[in-house]
Design a binder for this molecule. Structure first.
Ligand SMILES: Nc1ncnc2c1ncn2[C@@H]1O[C@H](COP(=O)(O)OP(=O)(O)OP(=O)(O)O)[C@@H](O)[C@H]1O
Ligand SMILES: [Mg+2]
Length: 250
């Protein structure tokens, strides 16, 4: 059995084939408990598939995905159990309730974090209200807390979605292309939100916007054809000739 050696997540020797096409090829990846990591790479490199594997949406053909201090094997666990184990994933399309306020959406997420029974028997406690206000300020929506979510900008809805994920207190947050469709100001604020979140948990961000990646100021993993092509600082990986050939020089 592989030891995690202080890592929160360790993926090793993972491969997955779709109709004969090897989308992930002997991939190894690990991340520590309070670490920010960016994953970059060309279209079809396997970035989203990697997240699908970690969250239990796609089952790999081989390899290990080990989680937490007890090195729990995530392969074969269903998506709900993996989420309960502390892995949160942000999808591109926000799933906020548009008719409800920012406050109500966050409160719902705080309630859900305590399991289905607490939702049925629920009366918001003083503590929950404080938590909702804290989350709203973490995602830069303190001023918008009583607005209907449907009135928010695209970027603000994405932040609300991040807030709803943070309400579950995941130990690992996976975010796929958060900057897509955002204004520059929104992208900058998204960086700040994610950098702050990564102080107390692991955050993995897939993003094509290199300025966004630069602001994350973190280690970068470059995927290509389902494997790690390069890893290190952004300056290190962007100086790599293979990375330039397959991705940056497109
Ligand atoms: N469920 C699936 N069935 C068949 N093929 C798939 C499936 N999921 C992904 N693929 C294929 O696997 C490869 C990797 O896709 P993936 O979506 O992981 O790439 P990506 O790095 O996220 O790309 P992008 O930057 O365009 O989002 C692609 O060739 C894709 O068509
Ligand atoms: Mg993708």
């Amino acid at each position: 059995m592989t030891e995690l050696k202080g890592q929160l997540l360790e993926v090793s020797g993972v491969s997955v084939t779709f109709d004969g096409f090897r989308a992930i090829n002997n991939l190894s990846f690990s991340i520590g408990p309070a670490e920010m990591r960016a994953i970059i790479g060309p279209n079809g490199a396997g970035k989203t598939t990697f997240m699908d594997i970690v969250t239990g949406k796609t089952r790999p053909d081989e390899g290990h995905v080990l989680w937490g201090e007890k090195s729990i094997n995530l392969i074969g666990m269903n998506e709900a159990r993996i989420a309960q184990a502390g892995i949160g994933r942000k999808f591109q399309r926000p799933t906020v309730f548009e008719d409800q306020s920012v406050y109500d959406n966050l409160l719902m997420a705080v309630k859900n974090a305590r399991g289905p029974f607490s939702v049925l028997l629920y009366r918001p406690s003083f503590k929950d209200r404080g938590r909702v206000e804290q989350l709203a300020s973490e995602i830069g929506l303190a001023e918008e807390i009583h607005r209907k979510s449907g009135e928010l900008s695209h970027g603000q809805k994405q932040w609300l979605e991040i807030g709803m994920l943070l309400a579950q207190e995941p130990r690992l947050l996976l975010v796929d292309e958060p900057a897509a469709g955002m204004t520059l100001a929104e992208r900058e604020q998204t960086t700040d939100i994610l950098v702050e979140a990564a102080k107390t948990r692991a955050v993995v961000v897939v993003e094509h916007d290199m300025e966004f990646v630069r602001r994350l100021n973190c280690k970068v993993t470059v995927l290509h054809e389902g494997s790690v092509l390069a890893e290190g600082s952004l300056d290190h990986v962007t100086a790599n000739q293979q990375v330039i050939d397959v991705y940056l020089g497109r």
